[in-house]
Ligand binder design. Structure first.
Ligand code: SAM
Length: 222
């Protein structure tokens, strides 16, 4: 199933860059379903970790375009070819983002500390042998190690440092990644969560989880 923003044109592709697939479409559909809330949220800084072709960050920028506020977009990928393809996708749709070749958000932690109002992540989530994790090419798009959690478990603490008080995180997961366990772990950091979209394909069962800071959880814990 393809999202309504499927008219996004990928002006370039690269054999080492992940083409938008069911997981990318599910994430954009979750954003579209939350569009009214996102518009009311009036995010100042939006961020994607692992932009691949740029399909998701460009969709988000188009979705929020009717806000005349100047939201800023920042996106990262460990794969240098993805950075190039994403820049071209954004440009073809008159969207602007800072596109950075880095590991998760390395080098951005101080600058973006508690500043990101909307974060979107479609991580490498496929369970694979550990030695496949951490490549800089196309395998970095899916190789997730044990339970597909190697990269997810590194992203979540970084997200916690970057999300603003009103920050929202949309994360793609598979059943194999134990989404409820992820929600419980984030709860310990003070986040409420909801599975906002479930989608089963021939190959996988996807869940898009939305996380947000819930200050009641923190005060209950104290
Ligand atoms: C499943 S693909 C998703 C691509 C795109 N966001 C989409 O939804 O179509 C995962 C992306 O994360 C990138 N990635 C993997 N590990 C990363 C890391 N440690 N830091 C930054 N990006 C990473 C991969 O290179 C790949 O582009």
């Amino acid at each position: 199933m393809q999202s309504k923003i499927a008219q996004i044109r990928l002006v370039s592709s690269h054999p080492e860059v992940y083409d938008p697939c069911d997981d990318s479409f599910a994430l954009v559909d979750a954003l579209l379903a939350d569009r009214v809330n996102l518009l009311e949220h009036r995010p100042s800084i939006c961020m994607e970790i692992g932009c691949g072709s740029g399909y998701v960050i460009t969709s988000l920028a188009l979705l929020l375009k009717e806000l005349d506020s100047s939201a800023n977009y920042i996106t990262t990928d460990i794969n240098p070819h993805a950075v190039q393809v994403t820049s071209e996708t954004l440009e073809a749709h008159n969207c602007h983002a800072e596109v950075i070749n880095t590991n998760i958000a390395s080098g951005l932690e101080k600058r973006l500390f508690r500043c990101v109002d909307v974060m979107v992540v479609n991580p490498p989530y496929v369970p694979t042998p550990e030695e496949e994790v951490g490549s800089y090419g196309i395998a970095s798009a899916w190789a997730g190690g044990e339970n597909g959690r190697r990269v997810i478990d590194k992203i979540l603490p970084v997200a916690d440092g970057l999300l603003s008080d009103k920050g929202w995180l949309y994360l793609v997961t598979l059943t194999d990644n134990k989404p409820l366990e992820l929600c419980l772990e984030m709860r310990k950091k003070g986040y409420a969560s909801r599975i906002v979209l479930r989608r089963s394909t021939d190959e996988e069962s996807l869940h898009i989880i939305k996380f947000w800071r819930d200050f009641d959880i923190l005060s209950d814990a104290n």
